[in-house]
Design a protein around this ligand. Sequence first.
Ligand code: CU
Length: 152
Amino acid sequence: MLFRTLLPAAALLLAACSGPADAPAGESVIEVKEAFIVKPAEGRDVAAGGLMAYVTGAPVELVGATTDAADRVELHTMSMEDGVMQMRQVESFTASEGEPIVLQRGGNHLMLFGVDPAIAVGDSVDVSLEFRDSDGTSQTVVTSAEIKGLGD
Ligand SMILES: [Cu+2]
C-alpha cells in the first residue's frame, strides 16, 4: 500500500529535479540488462525471473511483460510479514535516473505462470517488456533472458 501511494509523488519530484537530460523531453531511453528466468523444478510450471532496467531521461514504469516461454507474466513484490515471506502482484515498478528497477530472487521479481517445460538451463528466451512514461506513452523493450537453474 505504502509503495503504491508514495510512487507518484516520488516520480514527480525526480522529474522536476533531473534538469537537462540527454534525451528529448518526454522521451526516455530504457536499457534492460541481466534478464533471467529460473527454470522451475521438475513437474512445476511457475518460475521467478529478474532483470535490471535503467532509464535515461524521464522516469518510466514497467507495466507488463510477456514471453513465448510462459502463458502469463506478473510483477511481484516480496516482503516479510509476521515472519513469513509474502508475494504480492503489483501493477508496475518505476525506474528513474540512478534508480533502476531491480528484479531478483528474494526481492521484487517477475513471476511466470505456465512455463514451457522445454526450456533448458543455459538457453535464452525473449521477454517483451512494456514501459509507460508519465504522459502514457508506451515503449516496448525486448530483452533476452537467460534460463538459470534453481541453485544458480
Ligand atoms: Cu512471485
